[in-house]
Design a protein around this ligand. Sequence first.
Ligand SMILES: [Zn+2]
Length: 104
Amino acid sequence: MKIIIGTSVVMASLLILSCGQTNDKANTNSTDTSQVAKMDTTAEKTYSVELVNNKKDPSCGMPVTAGIGDTTHYENLVLGFCSTECKNEFLKNPKANIAAAEVK
Ligand SMILES: [Zn+2]
C-alpha cells in the first residue's frame, strides 16, 4: 500500500513538474523531447511484434514491425495497431477489417 501511494505521489509530482515546464518555453522543448523518446522506447518493449497475431495494421496497412502503438483482443487473437486511432477504426467493423490484418 505504501508503495502504491509513493508511486502516485511521484507521478503527481512529475505531472506538476511537466505543467510548470510548459510555461517555461526555453527549457521545455529539450526536456519534452527526451521524455517522448523514453516513452517511445517503453512502448516498443510493451507491444512486441511476437505478442501480436497480425502482420499488418488492418486500418492503415502498415506492417506491425514498423511499430505498435496499441493492441486489442478479437476472437482469441491479439491484434497490433500503429495507433489507438487505427484500433478504434478497426473496432467499428472488425468482421469487415480482419482480413486486412493478415493474421499469421
Ligand atoms: Zn495504423
